[in-house]
Design a protein around this ligand. Sequence first.
Ligand code: DGT
Ligand code: CA
Ligand code: CA
Ligand code: ZN
Length: 586
Amino acid sequence: MYKINKELAEIFSELSAIYRFKGEEHRFRVTAYQKAATVLEHLQEDIRNYMTDDQLEEITGIGESIAEKIREYVKTGKIKKYEKLKKEIPPDFIELLDVKGLGPQTLKTIWKELNITTRAELVKALEDGRVEALEGFREKSVQNILEGLNEQEKADQRILLADAIEIADWLVEQLSAQPGVIKVQVAGSIRRGRETIGDIDLLVSAEPQKRERIIDFFAEMEGVRKVIAKGDTKVSMVIDQAHRQVDMRIIDDEEWGAALLYFTGSKEHNVHLRTIAKDRDLKINEYGLYESTGKKTRIAGKTEESIYKKLGLTWIPPELRENTGEIEQSAQNKLPTLVTVDDIKGEFHTHSKWSDGLQTIEEMARYARDEMSYSYMVLTDHSKSSRIAGGLNEQRFLEQFEEIDQINQKMGGHFIKKGVEVDILPDGKLDLEDSLLEQMDWVAASIHSHFNRDNTDRILAACESPFVNAIGHPSGRLIGKRKAYPLDIEKVIAKAVETGTALEINAQPQRMDISGEWAKMAIEKGVMLVIGTDAHDLANFKYMSQGVTTARRGWCQREHIINTREWNGVEKFVTAKREALGVKSS
Ligand code: DGT
Ligand code: CA
Ligand code: CA
Ligand code: ZN
């Protein structure tokens, strides 16, 4: 993302929070600033490119007053209004707004009544009973707030894969530009594609005489907050972005494979490899694979393949390196050929301006075709019960069909498929009439309400509909924000197989739903999976690669993922379910 876009997005997001704190009467501003922040985060170009001939206001989501502030920031590096408002509220409080049990009103009371302005003081007052003594606070709400604070702290310890990748890409770019650098690669949990990331591990190979300069450059780079340790071969530091720790190791190119293998992990995978080495009278460490007797000759280390090979194994994809059976399968040359991004033929989960997306249908479709090189895109706007998301009723969907037909004609073909993300209502019924669903090319059904109860029955009921082809984000979790609702995944999997319903791997960074672990359970029982980015704008399409990563962590091959089919193959899946459940195809 462009630096200036990011800075402005952060300011607007903070302004939105400040107005939320100030009160209900500002709710219009709260939404406007939040929207502006989202737009900036996803903008494909430097915002300054829009300033040459006053095009700022033409960007959806940027009104006159916000455009004014963008110009002020570009010109002066500051926004006066923001600087002023920021001083009116204790800085810690912005981050506390989203904590369970807190909120603007509660925070204001605590601030005014107890003169508390920091997180630490707040925790103290919650613990020593001062908050409980305030009018309107009971022991239960105090307990609730403490729990909320605890959860937030835990969530802060790990960040989402997508955010970590963005930071890591930036660091790789900085390092790659240094003289003497031969290779740079991200290792650790990012390379394995875990959903959340603790710290960022980077591996660099370089000409020995340039090492010192590279290390110094890295430790003194802009954006470094604190250096924890610095030596001849490594730096550990904390950077400003997401307050992340970064571990960088610099090695000889000869050691590349051994170091990459070691620092990719997982630790459990490494430990298991070590026992295999031992059984063969070998010793493995981050420098290479050695004979443990006699001359202790180094027998491999330049590439990962060479090490695995000498251990009697085939190369293991990083996503599988969790010591959950991958080493045994590799020993028997039985590892699956995992699905790759290149296998993906189309996108199944997109939203347009018709509901809560930021782009028109045509903009989404042209991007999917021309930039993502897909051969189809399913449009899946929300149904009417999702009011906040601007869900459509039956009539509106019929109107949307007409627009789709027109755009398809213009684009020459049937690139856009008619679909919907239909709400599963609390009683398990669907939010739209069968007579409409029957006209759809693809129907995903999702839960968007009542997250606090067991939702197994709702999902089972949705699977029974002949028109539902997939269950969207089945667990309902938002990583770090909302736990999955109670769900009997085994029952869901059994029903999906029985009815010919696919389960979604939703690739939104906060969702990653279902997880790799559940994906593996599902395919082992014969469930078809569908990867959807749930794109609400053009920038979201790129999450497909993360969806594929999750599928790979679930040991998925091409045939397990419906996106790898051309559209006529998808049609077969849709028709098969309808016919099995007694609906005649038209
Ligand atoms: P994270 O940072 O919590 O998301 O997870 P990782 O897997 O990136 O863990 P991290 O950063 O502590 O270490 C990176 C890799 O280095 C890890 O995956 C394997 C290797 N490693 C670290 N400590 C040890 C260790 O004590 N023994 C072995 N065998 N490997 C280790
Ligand atoms: Ca790490
Ligand atoms: Ca680390
Ligand atoms: Zn949804």
